[in-house]
Design a protein around this ligand. Structure first.
Ligand code: ZN
Length: 85
């Protein structure tokens, strides 16, 4: 059997796409543990998504502060050169 195939509800045969939801979205039957993610797996996924989001936000903020701090530095250097000449 192909283990990559989408699992189906043992009660109604509905294809399970959302394995984080413990019940069949069609008939509401409780799905076996082998189909749904365990709470540990769910929190691991949630944590990974949160870390990924935070990393992207940090990256965006870093880019912003680069542009903000980069320009005044250049201006300061130009001013120093003008004062020296
Ligand atoms: Zn079902």
């Amino acid at each position: 059997m192909d283990s990559n195939a989408s699992p189906t509800c043992p009660d109604c045969g509905f294809r399970i796409f959302n394995r984080r939801y413990p019940k069949c979205e069609s008939c509401g039957a409780l799905l076996p543990d082998s189909i749904v993610y365990t709470s540990a797996e769910r929190s691991a996924i949630f944590e990974a998504e949160r870390l990924g989001r935070e990393a992207r936000e940090r990256e965006a903020r870093a880019r912003e502060s680069d542009t903000v701090s980069g320009v005044p530095d250049e201006l300061a250097a130009t001013e120093t050169i003008i004062r020296l000449s």
